[in-house]
Design a protein around this ligand. Sequence first.
Ligand SMILES: N[C@@H](CCC(=O)N[C@@H](CS)C(=O)NCC(=O)O)C(=O)O
Length: 206
Amino acid sequence: MIDLYTWTTDNGYKARQAAEESGLDYTLKPVNLRKKAQFDPEFLKISPGHKIPALVDHDGPGGQRVTLCESGAILKYLGEKSGTGLYPDDPMARIKVDQWLFYGSATFTTLAQQYGLFWGRFDEDVPAAKKHYADVLRDMFATLDRHLADNEYMAGAYTVADISMYPDTHVHGAGDIGLDAYPNLARWHDAIAARPAVVRAWEPFS
Ligand SMILES: N[C@@H](CCC(=O)N[C@@H](CS)C(=O)NCC(=O)O)C(=O)O
């Protein structure tokens, strides 16, 4: 059984989507970031940098207990453990999945979060930063749109690479940036949004 520590943020939804797609048994453990629950000493043992998502797998490799943080590592772990092809076995297929999974974790979400910070959460109005991150987000949307013109998904079949970029595309595609200028990205987004596992992953905590 897996305990999945998460909250209603982009990285949190990535982990929930991967857990739902994996078909593995898991228990949702909400970590209320508004109440600073990520600083609970017990949670810090799992996620030393006080960030969701994180997981505990009580039946990891060799039956051992595994703790893991970082959404990219969690997506890869769940994809690999599930044997569903979400993280493929074929070394050639993995190379491109890794490329886009790292892009999603290290570049896309990290920069999209700065857009969200300056446009939605910063008390001070900083026009230069707002313009910079809006340009950066549009450039990343254009990058994905060009790639998806010739590819159904980011790296062959539907994989954790797609999961790593869906939440920020979903959130910002519904906002001021929109998806109208990015038809291939919109097609990809809508196909993923329709997946039953994705619908379940975005349901409110019960
Ligand atoms: N690189 C990390 C980033 C995780 C992250 O930024 N988590 C945020 C929510 S999306 C968080 O837990 N923030 C709370 C904090 O930093 O105290 C990942 O991909 O998992």
